[in-house]
Design a binder for this molecule. Structure first.
Ligand SMILES: Cc1cc2nc3c(=O)[nH]c(=O)nc-3n(C[C@H](O)[C@H](O)[C@H](O)COP(=O)(O)OP(=O)(O)OC[C@H]3O[C@@H](n4cnc5c(N)ncnc54)[C@H](O)[C@@H]3O)c2cc1C
Length: 455
């Protein structure tokens, strides 16, 4: 054996597995294989001047490398079972919350101390939302901010680096079952281990599908969330964001009975491009440091789509819609809400003349040519509903960026220990399709590490 345990992927799932193994079973030898760069070397070449849009690097520094997809994120750790994944279905609600709180404690010890923990508990907004048929989900939210999130990752890496063997820029090609464990095969060499933890996240979704096929691990298709990112003056939502930071609000549309929800709220933040397998979609983040904050708040409005028979490829559907927006706009499209409801495209003059300065340079266009009518109708209905609790949301100058797509990995069959049908092969984090967030992915790593340490 080269190692007792090999972890594939150095996102939050992999990092917290390694961290907890060192606490609970320090005698074990551990290696982490990561297709992306070490944290200090992660740099997206888009600088807004020489490189204005994605150049499809061999490994995307936003999605890959130490820290995973969340390294440059807003660092919002939502402590809740209401969203962010279904880990609780495997390990129980109380345990899932306990593990998320444990992760929060670690983040506080490694540089996050002093950051704010927001909570919906006892919030007057719950009542106000219900009065307008909007439903505020329960959560505590630790907002690290992009800057502090990075520091926490740096500190965690320094803690791990001398006791864990890290292999960066080393994508794992395949995993083979051997008589007494697993063989992890990379381009140049193969490594053997007794136990293997796979935590390859969203960027590893296609690879994960292949591995499941090769090892006959059952999977089922998951959903895709489609919608837009809304950007408006921070004042419009400040009464909510000052108290809750992020509010997850769900609305059932009158027209079709679809659920539309707010997602990833970034007070005083910036809208950003996201590259998934060469397709440019939109996302958002914000900084804890007031000097780096903007005058706008952004959040996504998303509608979930599930497919079953005969079409099962939810992600393929989302990708096609995102591709359409890329075809029309050369990337992300931006449209004023006023233009959308008047059935006209936004152009440079209308965007320039708006009373809000966009934080992302996107192509003015018409989102009704991209998003299916049912989804767009739902989003418009939700904007009017939100206008009742945050007047100004439905102003003409509110900006809508599209498309925002939230891809989910197919769900991999694992048991309550997150162990696959193959003994000692664990599948965790977003790569398992069970988690979709920093806190759930991290908690899944702690859960598996404790299980391994127990053995
Ligand atoms: C821009 C952005 C902002 C976000 N903001 C938030 C937020 O504020 N709050 C929140 O809860 N969530 C947020 N998310 C989601 C969050 O980042 C993920 O849910 C979380 O990172 C999942 O952790 P993970 O460890 O499962 O996977 P990942 O973080 O995706 O890590 C998986 C790692 O595995 C590596 N890998 C993949 N395939 C292989 C292979 N074959 N061999 C070796 N390595 C491989 C990848 O390079 C990657 O580094 C955000 C995501 C993005 C992209």
């Amino acid at each position: 054996m080269n190692y007792d345990i090999i972890i594939i992927g150095a996102g939050p799932g992999g990092i917290f597995t390694a961290y907890e193994l060192l606490q609970k079973a320090p005698q074990l030898s551990i290696a982490v294989f990561e297709s992306g760069h070490a944290l200090a070397k992660r740099r997206c070449p888009i600088d807004g001047e020489k490189v204005k849009s994605c150049i499809n690097c061999k490994t995307c520094s936003i999605m890959s490398g130490f820290g995973g997809a969340g390294a440059f994120s807003d660092g919002k750790y939502n402590i809740t079972n209401d969203f962010g994944g279904t880990l609780y279905e495997y390990i129980g609600k109380e345990k899932a919350l306990q593990l998320m709180r444990y992760v929060d404690d670690i983040n506080m010890r490694y540089g996050g101390e002093g950051t704010k923990l927001y909570s919906t508990a006892g919030s007057r907004f719950k009542r106000e939302c219900i009065q307008h048929d909007l439903h505020l989900l329960d959560a505590s939210v630790r907002h690290l901010g992009t800057d502090i999130n990075y520091i926490v990752l740096e500190n965690l890496y320094n803690e791990l680096k001398d006791r864990v063997s890290f292999y960066f820029d080393t994508p794992v090609k395949t995993v083979r079952k051997t008589e007494d464990g697993y063989e992890v095969c990379c381009e140049k060499e193969s490594y053997r281990c007794e136990k293997c933890v796979i935590s390859v996240g969203r960027s590893g979704s296609k690879w994960m599908e292949e591995i499941c096929k090769e090892l006959n691990i059952p999977t089922k298709s998951n959903r895709v969330d489609l919608g837009v990112r809304v950007e408006l003056p921070a004042e419009v939502f400040s009464h909510l964001t000052d108290e809750l930071y992020e509010s997850k609000i769900v609305y059932r549309t009158k027209e079709y009975g679809d659920l539309v929800r707010t997602f990833c709220m970034n007070p005083k933040g910036a809208v950003v491009n996201e590259n998934t397998n060469g397709i440019i979609t939109v996302n958002g983040h914000s900084y804890e440091d007031p000097a780096r904050q903007t005058e706008n708040t952004n959040f996504a409005l998303l509608v979930a789509k599930h497919f079953s028979e005969p079409f099962k490829d939810s992600n393929g559907y989302g990708e096609s819609i995102a591709r359409l927006s890329n075809m029309l706009g050369g990337g992300v499209i931006v449209q004023r809400f006023g233009d959308l409801i008047r059935g006209r495209r936004s152009n440079h003059d209308r965007i320039e003349g708006a009373f809000i300065t966009p934080t992302l340079k996107a192509t003015p266009g018409d989102l009704s040519l991209v998003l299916p009518k049912r989804i767009l109708d739902g989003i418009i209905e939700m904007i009017y509903a939100l206008d009742k609790i945050a007047p100004g949301t439905a102003n003409d100058d509110t900006l809508l960026y599209g498309v925002e797509v939230k891809f989910y990995n197919m769900e991999v069959a694992v048991d309550e220990n997150l162990e696959s049908c193959h003994k000692n092969l664990y599948i965790i984090g977003d790569g398992s399709g069970i988690t979709h967030s920093l806190s759930h992915a991290s908690a899944s790593g702690i859960h598996v590490a404790r299980r391994i340490a127990q053995q």
